[in-house]
Write a protein that binds this ligand. Structure first.
Ligand code: DNO
Length: 409
């Protein structure tokens, strides 16, 4: 059964647990947002937040994320120390009864968009990824060496057009969207508090200089081989989040973008606890992906689902679609996950900003009314799918009763 969850950013989140209960949320997805990336999550801190959640009649369904420090990703000299701390946090979570942990293995950037307030004709807005603006940021603002080698000629042509009219405001907006506003709340490499975020960002990128896909895969394998025995021992399902967007960016390798990648990861340590966060949105932003096909192939190892959907434009730019539309085909995904017959927490994601959400201090992609609308839509799809399943099973039962009656006479 898909469990209806909601990403909640802790006690300081202006969207309160009581609000979530009123809209039918069953469990929350959250993290110890005040603990520094790389530090151990103590039993006391976990238990404190867990009790707070439970006092509102909800449960802490999923940790998103227990961040994997950069040094583990680039194989720095202190990675074993950091992995040991990670294992301790897993043990502590399990001791508090939390069994699902989402993480990602994206170097430096947790996710990327160029526009966080892309307007739609109906007055709402959402997130947008424009390759030319991203390339302009890379080439002209970040000034990464050989950056232009990473882009298609038609993108580079648009970059030059942007550069002709670019202003300081545009440059600043791109810095904020790409490396600050989208990163600040996810406890990743960039905290949003750096004096010179662009320089900090360059320093992080430099740590991956010359690293290719195979090396990043080897670093993930090293991490999985270390943590998976703990997961099996204490009963934690870990689930890797796909890369968002599912393409190499800024010269960094990507290892969770398509079927071949997911298969590699699941086989790297072939045990149930080594699973996937099925982020339908990230996967649907990849033109190479058929999302329902991916879901059908990997559902047996999906421990958490992000239900959202993207639309890809002819120039490969992409935008968040309605939860009822786009390339992800959420209704089909719900059929596939419900058929698993085990608890899979799901949350909606990156819904539109609407009806005054824009005036609130919400994190990018995490509006209230927009997500409430999306959850209502997904809830409706789930009800229909459950009804379909019920009808199928009662038809099967009556066919069985009919045939055994016939054979009895
Ligand atoms: C963005 C999210 C990501 C995700 C992490 C998981 O909205 O989907 O921040 O939570 O990548 O580790």
């Amino acid at each position: 059964m898909l469990e209806k969850t909601w990403r909640w950013f802790g006690k300081k989140d202006p969207i309160t647990l009581n609000m979530l209960r009123q809209i039918g949320v069953e469990g929350v997805v959250t993290a110890l947002h005040d603990v520094r990336n790389g530090d151990v999550w103590s039993i006391e801190a976990i238990q404190d937040l867990k009790s707070y959640i439970e006092a509102s009649g909800l449960r802490w369904s999923v940790v998103e994320s227990l961040p994997v420090s950069e040094s583990i990703k680039y194989a720095g000299s202190d990675r074993d120390v950091l992995i040991d701390r990670y294992k301790q946090s897993l043990r502590n979570l399990a001791a508090c009864g939390i069994d699902t942990v989402c993480y990602n293995f994206m170097p430096v950037l947790d996710w990327a968009r160029t526009d966080l307030t892309h307007p739609f004709p109906n007055g709402t807005s959402s997130l947008f990824f424009d390759w030319a603006e991203f390339a302009y940021f890379d080439i002209y603002v970040l000034k990464r060496k050989n950056a232009s080698d990473s882009y298609r000629p038609e993108v580079l042509q648009r970059v030059e057009e942007i550069a002709e009219t670019a202003t300081k405001e545009l440059d600043q907006k791109l810095v904020e969207n790409i490396i600050i506003k989208t990163q600040g709340f996810v406890n990743g490499a960039i905290t949003g508090k750096e004096a010179d975020p662009l320089q900090t960002f360059r320093d992080f990128l430099a740590l991956y200089d010359g690293m290719d896909k195979n090396q990043l895969r080897a670093n993930l394998q090293y991490f999985l081989e270390a943590v998976m025995p703990v997961c099996a021992e204490v009963g934690i399902n870990m689930c890797i989040h796909p890369d968002d967007p599912p393409y190499p960016i800024l010269g960094l390798p990507r290892i969770v973008t398509c079927a071949e990648d997911i298969e590699w990861i699941l086989n790297a340590v072939n045990q149930f606890e080594n699973g996937v966060t099925f982020c339908a949105g990230s996967l649907s932003a990849g033109i190479h992906n058929n999302v329902p096909e991916l879901a059908a192939t990997f559902a047996h190892r999906v421990h958490f689902a992000h239900l959202r959907s993207c639309e890809i434009l002819p120039n490969l730019n992409f935008v968040e679609a309605s939860h009822l539309a786009g390339r992800a085909n959420l209704v089909e995904l719900i059929r596939i996950f419900e058929a698993q017959g085990r608890r899979i927490p799901m949350r909606v994601d990156h819904a539109p900003t609407m009806l005054g959400d824009e005036d609130k201090p919400y994190n990018a992609g995490y509006s209230f009314y927009g997500r409430m609308l999306a959850l209502g839509q997904v809830d409706g799809m789930m009800a229909v799918v459950r009804d379909e399943m019920q009808q199928r099973s009662s038809t099967m039962t009556s066919n069985f009763a009919f045939s055994s009656m016939n054979s009895a006479v």
